[in-house]
Design a protein around this ligand. Structure first.
Ligand code: NAD
Length: 274
C-alpha cells in the first residue's frame, strides 16, 4: 500500500490513513493490529481510555517492523488533566505500550468543566521538548478552545482529532484548522458504519466499483483529512486499506457534501463532555 502522508506544523509527517482501535481489548488487539500492519497500515490510534495500549504494544513488538516505520498515537484521558497528572499519565501510557516515545500524544477531550487545558498543554509541550512525544495535539477541541490554547501558550497543536464523517462535516472547524495550520484528523470516519448505507454513497460506490467504506475513506483522503477507520473484521481491515487506486470526481464530492447535517453528531458534545 502506498502511504500518503500529511505534513504537520512541526515538520513531521503523519500517514493519512491509520487504524483506529477503540473497543479492541488487550486480548483482541494483538491479532487485529497484526492484521492491519500486514495489510499495510503504519499508523495506529489508541488511547489510555481504550484499555488496550498493552495489546497494541504487543502487536507492534511482534510485527518485526522498525520503530521508525510506525506512527503510534495515544491520548491523555480526562482524569489526567493538569501539568503533573499529564506527565504521570504519559509515563503510564508509554509503560503499557512498551515504547520509549510516541509519535503523537493528544489531549483526548477539552473537559471545559475542569478548565485545565492550558496547564495540561504545557505538560505536552515539555514532552515534545524531551522528544518523548514527537508531535503533540488535541482531540475534540472547538475553534474557541483552540484559539484560547494558542493565545495562552503561543503553541499551536499539530492535530485536532474530531468527529467527522459525511453526515457531520464540521466545515467551520475545518476552515479554522486550515487558517491556523492544524491538521484535521477524522474520528469515526465511517460514521461508525452509519454512513455506509446511504443511497448516495451506495451509488458512488457502484459507479467506481468500490465498496461504500472505500468511497467514504477516499472522500476523507481527497479532502486532506487524516482518517483512522476501525474494524474488528480482517477482510474489512484490508478493504479499508485499499483506497489508493481511485479518486472521486467533482460530482461525487458535491453529492457527498449534500449529506452534511448540523445535528449529525454521533458522539458527545465537546462543550459539555467530561
Ligand atoms: P468508524 O467510523 O471507524 O466505524 C467503525 C465501524 O464501521 C465498525 O465497527 C464496523 O461496524 C463498520 N465498518 C468498518 N469498516 C467497514 C467496512 N469496510 N464495511 C462495512 N462496515 C465497516 O468508527 P469508530 O471506531 O468510532 O472510529 C474510528 C477510530 O476513531 C476509533 O477506533 C478510535 O481510534 C478513534 N476515535 C476517537 C475518538 C476521540 O474522541 N478522539 C472517538 C471515537 C473514535
Amino acid at each position: 500500500m502506498t502511504q500518503p502522508r500529511v505534513t504537520l506544523n512541526d515538520g513531521r509527517c503523519i500517514p493519512q490513513l491509520g487504524f483506529g482501535v477503540w473497543k479492541l481489548t488487550d486480548e483482541t488487539a494483538p491479532a487485529l493490529v497484526g492484521v492491519a500492519l500486514e495489510a499495510g497500515y503504519r499508523s495506529i490510534d489508541t488511547a489510555a481510555a481504550y484499555g488496550n495500549e498493552a495489546g497494541v504494544g504487543r502487536a507492534i513488538a511482534a510485527s518485526g517492523l522498525a520503530r521508525e516505520d510506525l506512527f503510534v498515537t495515544t491520548k491523555l484521558w480526562n482524569d489526567s488533566h493538569g501539568y503533573d497528572a499529564a506527565l504521570r499519565a504519559f509515563d503510564a501510557s508509554l509503560g503499557r505500550l512498551g515504547l520509549d516515545e510516541v509519535d503523537l500524544y493528544l489531549v483526548h477531550w477539552p473537559v471545559p468543566r475542569q478548565d485545565a487545558t492550558v496547564e495540561t498543554w504545557k505538560a505536552l509541550m515539555r514532552l515534545r521538548e524531551e522528544g518523548r512525544a514527537r508531535s503533540i495535539g488535541v482531540s475534540n477541541f472547538t475553534a474557541a478552545q483552540l484559539a484560547r490554547l494558542i493565545d495562552e501558550t503561543g503553541s499551536t497543536p499539530s492535530v485536532n482529532q474530531i468527529e467527522l464523517h459525511p453526515g457531520f462535516q464540521q466545515s467551520a472547524l475545518r476552515a479554522f484548522h486550515a487558517e491556523t495550520g492544524i491538521v484535521t484528523e477524522a474520528w469515526s470516519p465511517l460514521g461508525q458504519g452509519g454512513a455506509l448505507g446511504h443511497p448516495v454513497i451506495a451509488a458512488i460506490a457502484a459507479k467506481h466499483g468500490r465498496s461504500p467504506a472505500q468511497v467514504v475513506l477516499r472522500w476523507h483522503l481527497d479532502l486532506g483529512h487524516v482518517a483512522i477507520p476501525k474494524s474488528a473484521t480482517p477482510d474489512r481491515i484490508r478493504e479499508n486499506a485499499d483506497v489508493f487506486g481511485f479518486h472521486l470526481d467533482a460530482d461525487d464530492h458535491a453529492r457527498i457534501a449534500g449529506l452534511d447535517a448540523p445535528d449529525g453528531r454521533i458522539g458527545p458534545d465537546p462543550e459539555t463532555f467530561g
